[in-house]
Write a protein that binds this ligand. Structure first.
Ligand code: DAH
Length: 331
């Protein structure tokens, strides 16, 4: 028997076995009970041949061992490669929180005004009647003061019905020039519908300086609207009335849905109202001790949810507060 050739063939066959069953076939061929080597080992009579064949068997067993390890490794690698087990796959995702859309829009608005040199001022949600109405020259008989429009906590205390009392507090606490925006929650006895809610957010803006004109108001609102809604959106001013401004205007922007052609959202006008504004009434300046012959100013109060609706094409105010994550998760 040519044991050198036997060893060479056996080790080559172990080396080229493709898988576990290939390895066991090679085992049967060279190390199995009926293979030449084990048979010869059983017949051995002299010590020298015994040593020779035993060491040959050991080498073949080592070859088999190495082959088994190799095919096992190849098996795992092939499973990974074929998609059976992809260890690079990301783990099970879990939902992450994010800022509420209205908060995102409020911050966006604040950023725009900070960029124009304004300061953000925080007021109180609870106000005395003086700051919410009287200082803003809202006459005692004015309908907005009635129990049916306003939440009174007691005869002299209300949940603020707008952010305009913050104007008064800001002016009482410092000297002009003033450039502030006051975002905050307001309360009114309104029945909820697509555009009304008993609680909502407003952003008040107040600019007081020497030589301010109505063109500054218009330019500021235009710059703000373009920054928020994009340059294609148009803005218009309509005359209006507020007790604390003279003249008073309301600002509209072209409808987010139809782009100005008219649809049900804008009630076929092509425009959606953003909020009120005006030239600060001299009596308001007198109430805070400013000289109306020296100082001039403009102010406006816009609804933040309304702006968020315009900005993102949301048709119903109530969607903000239903907290349906399928809606909120989109922003
Ligand atoms: N406070 C008014 C409202 O809630 C909005 C408003 C109008 C604010 C004119 C102003 C202003 O600062 O000048 O409807």
């Amino acid at each position: 028997m040519d044991w050198d050739a036997y060893e060479r063939d056996a080790l080559r066959d172990f080396d080229t076995a493709r898988d576990a069953s290939g390895v066991s076939e090679v085992h049967v061929r060279y190390l199995g009970r009926r293979a030449a080597l084990p048979l010869a080992l059983r017949e051995v009579r002299d010590r020298e041949t015994g040593q020779l064949l035993n060491s040959l068997r050991e080498r073949l067993e080592q070859g088999e061992h190495a082959a088994s390890a190799r095919v096992a490794r190849e098996h795992v690698a092939q499973q990974i490669g074929s998609g059976g087990l992809d260890v690079t796959l990301p783990g099970t995702p879990f939902p992450r929180g994010r800022l509420h859309l209205v908060t995102q829009v409020r911050r966006e608005i604040e950023d725009i005004f900070l960029g124009m040199g304004y300061e953000v001022w925080d007021g109180d949600e609870v106000s005395d009647v003086y700051h919410n109405f009287d200082a803003l020259t809202t006459e005692p008989g004015h309908p907005s003061r009635s129990q049916s429009d306003t939440f009174y906590l007691d005869g002299d205390t209300v949940l603020r019905t707008h952010t305009s009392p913050d104007q008064i507090r800001a002016m009482e606490s410092r000297e002009p020039p003033i450039y502030i925006v006051c975002p905050g929650r307001c309360y009114r006895r309104d029945t909820p519908d697509a555009t009304h809610s008993p609680t909502f957010l407003q952003i008040e803006c107040l600019a007081v300086d020497r030589g301010i004109t109505l063109a500054d108001l218009q330019g500021t609102v235009l710059a703000f609207s373009r920054a928020l809604f994009g340059p294609e959106r148009e803005v218009r001013m309509r005359t209006s009335f507020f007790p604390f401004t003279e003249p008073s205007v309301e600002f509209d922007v072209t409808c987010f849905l139809c782009g100005g052609e008219g649809c049900t959202v804008c009630k076929h006008s092509g425009w959606i109202e953003m909020g009120g504004a005006g030239w600060v009434d001299p009596d308001v300046f007198r109430n805070v001790g400013y000289d109306p012959d020296v100082w001039a100013g403009f102010a406006f109060g816009f609804g933040i949810e309304r702006i968020a609706m315009l900005r993102h094409g949301i048709p119903d105010l109530r969607m903000f507060w239903e907290n349906d994550l399928r809606v909120l998760g989109q922003f």
